[in-house]
Ligand binder design. Structure first.
Ligand code: SF4
Ligand code: SF4
Length: 387
């Protein structure tokens, strides 16, 4: 049976105790790693953003996990591949607090792109061979420490989605070209997870401050005040999404992994009661609603039913990160010298929205789409139900 621990933590100054307790409740660090092993600690380092912005895993969570790995006499290595076209990794490590933490604790920080790569057939129908950083392939085990956030394409990013960062550099963007449909991208994520599963020792999710709304980089900060851990990353994600009142039976990734709402009630939960920690009004992005409509209806309504990004020129700083993050080169420079989206090319993957550092990309909906999708800015005031 899958065991999940939930531990209240309302301040990152208490992260060490909370992380230790969460890991102890699922069996203790020595049940997951052996002395001398090289353990890759994999935070979410999406972009060079201050930890207070809730875009990346907080450095105090990283510190606590490094200390646990050292306590077990194993060798901690910290690394991730950021999203899109970010090249200055040292700047990202500095802003996200990784350099300070790794210097303090004597852990190696590894750049996935510089570690080399290997392409492997993992049985995905769209990507014949998936390329992984050798930092991932060469370690003895992985401790996955994602951030709890919403995601414009996947609705949610937590444990499983965090493994997408094991693919180095712009290949992550390139794969979106072939997996722009949510079913295809979910299938790829499921295949990556199944391939890495033998190496995954446990996942521990940072939800002390999380993100809702139009995540994973431009949403709202939410203080959820907990961390949660499990050896079973898929169970951890399903449990949290269910607690956030998301209908997980409609979540295609769980269908691929054969996890149903019924399974959630069978997980063994230790520690604090998540229902005491869950809050009202957690909002998911409504960008993928079209994927939930009957396919025949979407085909019938065709070109009248779409959601695509739109650059807000009053906020845009012309940094052009969006253009570099677009897998199909659908962003061009218009006559006013601002980036603009060519709707005929756009595949609605929302990579540009994910990578824009200034929240300058909104979602534009066709008239018909507006009928199906309520305005994102209207707050969902519905009180969360206990699950
Ligand atoms: S939309 Fe965002 S990413 Fe694109 S140029 Fe403007 S600020 Fe930069
Ligand atoms: S413009 Fe369209 S295709 Fe390009 S990154 Fe944005 S959503 Fe994806």
């Amino acid at each position: 049976m899958s065991k999940i621990s939930v531990v209240k933590c309302n301040d990152y100054s208490k992260a060490q105790d909370a992380v230790e307790r969460a890991v102890e409740l699922i069996g203790g660090i020595s049940s997951f790693i052996k002395p001398g092993e090289k353990i890759l600690i994999k935070p979410n380092l999406l972009a060079p953003r201050d930890p207070k912005e809730a875009v990346t895993t907080h450095p105090e969570i990283v510190r606590a996990v490094i200390k646990l790995v050292k306590k077990a006499k194993a060798i901690p290595i910290v690394g991730d591949s950021p999203g899109g076209s970010i090249r200055d990794i040292k700047n990202l490590w500095r802003i996200t607090g990784m350099i300070n933490v790794c210097d303090d604790e004597g852990a190696e920080l590894i750049q996935f792109e510089a570690a080399g790569a290997q392409s492997i057939d993992i049985g995905d129908k769209n990507i014949r061979k998936v390329t992984f950083s050798k930092a991932v392939l060469d370690c003895d085990g992985i401790i996955n420490i994602p951030k709890l956030k919403t995601h414009s394409l996947m609705s949610y990013t937590g444990g499983i989605k965090n493994f997408y960062g094991c693919i180095p550099g712009l290949l992550k963007v390139e794969y979106h070209k072939y997996t722009s449909k949510i079913r295809d991208f979910s299938t790829l994520l499921a295949n990556i997870y199944k391939f890495l599963e033998p190496k995954i020792r446990f996942s521990l999710i940072d939800a002390v401050i999380a993100m809702d709304g139009t995540g994973p980089s431009g949403g709202n900060i939410k203080e959820l005040d907990f961390i949660a851990a499990s050896h079973d990353t898929a169970a951890l994600d399903a449990y949290i999404l269910n607690a956030l009142n998301y209908n997980i039976s409609k979540y295609y990734l769980f269908k691929k992994l054969k996890i149903s709402k019924h399974d959630v009630s069978k997980f063994e939960i230790a520690g604090d009661n998540i229902n005491d920690l869950i809050f009202s009004g957690f909002e998911f992005p409504r960008t993928r609603i079209l994927d939930k409509l009957p396919k025949s209806l979407v085909i019938f309504l065709g070109k009248f039913l779409w959601i695509q990004p739109e650059i807000n020129e009053s906020v845009c700083r012309k940094c052009l990160v969006c253009g570099k993050s677009c897998p199909v080169k659908a962003i061009y420079i218009n006559k006013f010298n601002f980036p603009s989206v060519d709707r005929s090319k756009c595949i609605s993957c929302f990579c540009c929205h994910e990578m824009c550092p200034y929240k300058a990309i909104d979602f534009k909906k066709s008239l018909l789409a507006k009928l199906f999708i309520k305005d994102d800015r209207k707050k969902n005031t519905k009180k969360m139900q206990s699950n």
